[in-house]
Design a protein. Structure first.
Length: 761
């Protein structure tokens, strides 16, 4: 089952579309919310609400009227009438949708018809639903059937969560507005429908797949060193011609990707990393993926169903594998599309040269027999407990595996390479390899994605060494899960612009269709960089990062404390001043602290940080591009780990993240990730910073720009005690003397603002 967050997002979109402004003056209905979504009284309460709403429901938009009417009829128990309403809605949409199913609407078509069959033929619901499924899905083409079954396979839990949230909002009220009532009806209908047919779906989908596809999950391909690579192949039965292949090189067991490719008119192939599915062989991530992917590609093009062309795609590790394959230049590889591809040594296992505990967890999973670690790998609570156990112990970072009683040689090997040395550089394409990658590349990234720095690394390095590269970047208000569940209408408390609510997965296939089938370039991908301006609700397009921001605004860090805190000033203070920041690196009273998950908040939860706030903006200001900073400081240590966050503080007082998570970096590697340059303790010095993060947002008039500058010290990260020695070998004993920094008023941050080169759409 897929991540359930997208279900709530979808339901919010549905409810927004369902509500009518025509009811603004309509009287409220008496209503007391039942205690819980699955309480025994809930069906009767919701049926009563639907029955009272039906006689007074009005709507000028015919499509919306029929959709909402059918929902009211189903919850009221009149399924035959609902079936007729759904049929009328399909007839109205047939001309505009060319007979295609209306995506998620097809689910309710099927449910209404099944309930009608159940009532009229007096058969059990499972039998009725099987018949409704058989009447609807087998007649669809592969793509449409995949869309419908993908929605059918959603678990009811997400819909229950959405319904419960609406009931809780209504709890203290005795009445409900008619628009809100329709929204609640939809939420209840979705939960009720999915709960009823969920036990039936797997068998029905498997039967339909068997009709459509030839599935082989027993293929073994020999790679270097005598290792076998396990491969799954899914292709449509009886194709009229050989087809291009889309390949994903995965670190875990998955079938959905291959089937989705087959449903879109390609051969779908998933290859599994060394050790997965085949043996107890210890795999070493980021070492052989390029060679292994090339072996799989060589096998593919020899098959009778292959037309000799292969595209690769994936996110995270799979995205990295696509780049690793491209660097080996296999002739049959014609395109790659990635979301947030991992760049070893850049954004994993360390980010900003700071190692992360998640790297220990993941490398243990990748290098150990999956059966023995798969259950524990998903146990977030267990890993948080390990984080705090290590943090409270004060032991060196290298002891993390000992505390878990599972030493991890791969993790220790990584710790032995804290800089971006040859070990890491050989994992990524080398400059000469970037220069030779001339195939089309699509990179998708998110402002709220942990993996964005890796995506931008590949994009910038590709153009650095190959100025004529065919590489397209799309970036929007997305997190790392967007490629699995598509954009959320509400992401971690932040309401995403409607323009950004695109089908990212479908866009990727449209791009592949352009490359392999000669279809038109997707309209969103009209230039090298395509980005959504948050708050402006529009996409813009630019030829380069520099073209996104033809100008910049410089704000100096004024340590003078005013009513609103320390200030960001457009002009350097006439008198030089500094802010003193003191952090006790050995303190462990904050063992339970973690960064807030929400992207919008009423107050900043500062942690070992200082905050600078600008004056209110006199007019709306677009911020688009990569920000930079120059920090002027004196510190009593030879190194320190820093983080920077930027916010818009609305006139209402709410804070909105411009990106997330915070940009973290080790001072000694900030200007040279290959060679470490220690800080000169006790001397005044400057540090220039240019994060690998894109920001794009329209700041409102009256808003303030907020910068938070912090010292990194948290349980899920390596801790830099500032001795200048190997950080992974430092312990709490090295932190007896608190870190003290003077931040001088010569420090500044430069915010990118667009010139005339960015095209609006």
């Amino acid at each position: 089952m897929r991540n359930q967050a997208w279900l709530i997002s979808w339901l919010i979109v549905v409810l927004s579309a369902a509500l009518s402004q025509a009811w603004a003056q309509a009287p409220d209905l008496e209503f007391r919310a039942p205690p819980a979504a699955d309480d025994p009284t809930t069906p009767a309460v919701m049926r009563d609400l639907a029955e009272r709403l039906l006689p007074v429901y009005q709507e000028a938009d015919s499509d919306r009227y029929l959709a909402n009417l059918s929902a009211l009829q189903m919850v009221a128990g009149d399924y035959a009438a609902a079936d007729v309403s759904r049929q009328q809605l399909r007839e109205r949409r047939r001309s505009t949708d060319a007979g295609r199913p209306v995506g998620r609407a097809a689910i309710f078509d099927m449910y209404a018809h099944a309930k009608t069959i159940e009532a009229e033929n007096r058969v059990a619901f499972p039998q009725a639903f099987n018949r409704a499924f058989d009447e609807a899905v087998p007649r669809l083409n592969d793509h449409d059937a995949y869309v419908v079954t993908r929605w059918l396979e959603a678990a009811p839990g997400g819909f229950r969560e959405a319904l419960q949230a609406l009931l809780d909002q209504q709890r203290a009220k005795d009445n409900i507005g008619q628009s809100e009532a329709v929204g609640l009806i939809w939420a209840y209908l979705a939960f009720s429908a999915y709960r009823s047919f969920a036990p039936l779906v797997d068998a029905l989908v498997a039967e339909d797949d068997d009709r459509r596809y030839t599935i082989r999950d027993d293929v073994l391909i020999k790679a270097s060193g005598g290792i076998s690579i396990a491969v799954m192949v899914i292709r449509a039965k009886n194709p009229s011609k050989a087809l291009p292949t889309l390949l994903k090189f995965a670190g875990d067991d998955t079938q959905d990707s291959a089937k989705e490719c087959a449903a879109h008119g390609y051969i779908g192939v998933v290859a599994y990393s060394r050790g997965a599915r085949t043996s107890l062989h210890t795999a070493v991530p980021y070492q052989r993926e390029g060679d292994d992917a090339r072996a799989v590609i060589d096998w593919i093009v020899k098959q009778p169903w292959s037309d000799g062309r292969v595209g690769m795609y994936g996110e995270g590790y799979s995205g990295y594998s696509a780049w690793a394959a491209a660097s080996h230049l296999p002739g049959a590889l014609k395109a790659i599309a990635t979301f947030g591809a991992t760049a070893p040594g850049i954004n994993f296992p360390m980010a900003g040269s700071i190692f992360q505990n998640a790297a220990y967890r993941w490398s243990l999973y990748m290098s150990t027999a999956k059966e023995s670690v798969e259950k524990s790998y998903s146990d977030d609570a267990m890993w948080r407990e390990l984080d705090q156990k290590w943090y409270l112990s004060g032991r060196p970072y290298r002891d993390l595996g000992r505390l878990h009683d599972q030493p991890n040689p791969i993790f220790i090997r990584w710790l032995n390479h804290p800089s971006y040395d040859l070990y890491w550089r050989k994992s990524n394409p080398l400059p000469v390899q970037f220069a030779r990658i001339n195939i089309p590349v699509l990179t998708i990234a998110g402002y709220f994605s942990v993996s964005e720095p890796g995506a931008l690394y590949y994009f910038t390095e590709h153009y650095r060494y190959n100025p004529h590269a065919d590489h397209t970047l799309l970036v929007g208000p997305y997190d790392d899960g967007v490629i699995q569940r598509n954009p959320s209408a509400v992401l971690q408390g932040y309401r995403v612009d409607s323009a950004a609510l695109i089908d990212v997965r479908e866009l990727q296939y449209q791009w592949f269709d352009h490359v392999f089938k000669g279809s038109a370039t997707p309209p969103l991908l009209t230039d090298r960089i395509n980005y959504e301006v948050m708050g402006a609700n529009e996409w813009r397009h630019a030829a380069s990062l520099a073209a996104m921001a033809g100008d910049s605004l410089r704000f100096y860090l004024d340590p003078t404390v005013s009513r609103d805190g320390r200030r960001l000033m457009r002009h350097k203070p006439a008198k030089e001043v500094f802010a003193l920041q003191t952090v006790n690196i050995a303190d462990r009273t904050d063992a339970g602290w973690m960064p807030p998950a929400e992207l919008i908040s009423k107050a900043l939860a500062g942690h070992n940080s200082i905050t600078f706030v600008s004056e209110p903006l006199s007019k709306p200001t677009d911020v688009s591009g990569v920000f930079s900073a120059r920090l002027d400081f004196t510190v009593n240590k030879m190194d320190m780990d820093l983080n920077i966050m930027l916010y818009e503080r609305l006139a209402s007082g709410d804070y909105i993240c411009l990106f997330n998570p915070a940009y973290e970096f080790r001072a000694s590697y900030a200007q040279d990730r290959v060679n470490r340059h220690l800080i000169r303790a006790g001397e005044r010095q400057q540090l220039s910073v240019k994060p690998e993060r894109i920001v794009s947002r329209r700041l409102q008039a009256g808003s303030r720009l907020v910068m938070v500058l912090g010292i990194n010290k948290r349980p899920d990260r390596e801790i830099n005690y500032g001795t200048g020695n190997d950080v992974s070998e430092e312990s709490i004993a090295d932190g007896k003397i608190p870190l003290k920094v003077r931040w001088y008023s010569d420090s500044y941050i430069e915010i990118p603002v667009p010139g005339s080169n960015a095209v609006r759409r």
